[in-house]
Design a protein around this ligand. Structure first.
Ligand code: NAI
Length: 352
């Protein structure tokens, strides 16, 4: 792919803040190294997750760059602050994993990447939707075994179905745009109306109506106290039999135990998850030689009508470029102007 965007940043070769990138994967480093040529930050990379065992590695480091499963609770933030860290640069849009109250008390600045490629996440949600519907995961294995029968592979036309989108922000809007192309009826629930979604013909309804009328429900809201376990046993009971639920937002928006019960009873038709309530202990790691210790995750993996991906919805070339570029720009702006414009604070984000 042509990477012409790599040379569009203002060149600034002065050494900036000392930064350590935690949970740094080998696929991210080339992006950091290429794009940082224009910023000149003093970067270090640590593959390990930021947690109580690794926090000491950040001693004397101005800026800690963290991803979604790094631990940023009060205890870790206190240790970072004691060690001289003053900036937490999140490589994510979501910030539910940061104790903002503690950060504020300690005078730690927190910045994030509010938008990179909403298309990446929305397209992945649709990928889960279609794979589950047409059972591509099962067909793939079956055909490789020389079994060309169709029994059990029947899907449904998405055209004409009602899709409920919870959270109609950037990603929800992209999902709605794609689904409009499929010929779906669109229902939306969000405390704020998005005119672009309305222009697509989305009807804003209350949650009760969305649950009752949707054939497919796709979650695109942040995790906040209001959205924790939004999909619980009570909510599921009001949904259509055979409903498809897609979660590419945050694991805890869904009550996993309730979903498992509803799958066992056949109430839920299929589930696509890119996120999981307890994913912090598992995702982004190769655990194929160990015994899976999470019984709920293990149970979910036994259902033929469940597809789980390990928080990869964001994982496209374009999104990674956007994440790294905005992260490095955030650090530079804080260094130069004291703020980046992408701050996360309790006052600014009352519900998260
Ligand atoms: P956004 O901020 O553009 O949109 C979020 C929408 O949710 C807003 O319109 C907001 O009003 C709405 N919302 C807030 N509280 C709500 C509630 N109680 N009920 C319904 N809607 C509510 O954010 P964006 O970029 O669309 O991202 C959405 C979420 O997707 C992020 O918060 C993050 O958790 C998740 N995400 C997942 C990724 C993945 O790789 N799986 C990658 C990026 C984001």
């Amino acid at each position: 792919m042509e990477n012409s965007y790599l040379y569009t940043q203002p060149v600034n070769l002065q050494k900036n803040m000392k930064t350590i990138v935690f949970s740094a994967e080998s696929y991210e480093r080339p992006f950091f190294e290429r794009i940082n040529a224009a910023y000149g930050h003093d970067l270090g990379f640590i593959e390990a997750q930021l947690n109580a065992d690794t926090v000491s590695l950040a001693k004397g480091i101005d800026c800690v760059c963290a991803f979604v499963n790094d631990r940023l609770n009060a205890e870790i933030l206190e240790k970072l602050s004691e060690g001289g860290t003053r900036l937490i640069a999140l490589r994510s849009a979501g910030f539910n994993h940061v104790d903002l109250e503690a950060a504020e008390r300690l005078g730690l600045q927190v910045v994030r990447v509010p938008a990179y490629s909403p298309h990446a996440v929305a397209e992945h949600a649709i990928c889960l939707m279609m794979s589950l519907n047409r059972k591509v995961h099962r067909a793939y294995n079956r055909v490789r075994e020389g079994n060309f029968q169709l029994h059990g592979l029947m899907g449904f036309d998405v055209h004409g179905k009602t899709v409920g989108i919870v959270g109609t922000g950037k990603i929800g809007e992209c999902a709605a745009t794609i689904l409009k192309g499929f010929g779906c009826r669109l229902l939306g629930f969000d405390p704020y109306v998005n005119p672009a979604c309305q222009a697509l013909g989305m009807e804003y309804v209350d949650l009760k109506t969305l649950f009752a009328e949707s054939d497919i429900i796709s979650l695109h809201c942040p995790l906040t106290p209001d959205t924790k376990h939004l999909i619980d046993a009570e909510a599921i009971a009001t949904m259509k039999d055979g409903v498809q639920i897609l979660n590419t937002s945050r694991g805890a928006v869904v009550d996993t135990a309730a979903v498992i019960e509803a799958l066992k009873k056949g109430k839920i038709g299929s589930v696509g998850l890119d996120v999981y309530e307890e994913e912090g202990d598992f995702f982004f790691r190769n655990l194929s030689n160990t015994v899976l210790q999470d019984d709920q995750l293990a149970r979910l993996l036994t259902f033929p009508n469940v597809i789980i991906t390990g928080h990869q919805a964001f994982f496209t070339e374009e999104a990674l470029h956007g994440i790294v570029d905005t992260t490095l720009a955030n650090i530079q702006k804080v260094e130069r102007d004291g703020k980046s414009g992408n701050e996360v604070s309790i006052q600014k984000h009352v519900v998260g």
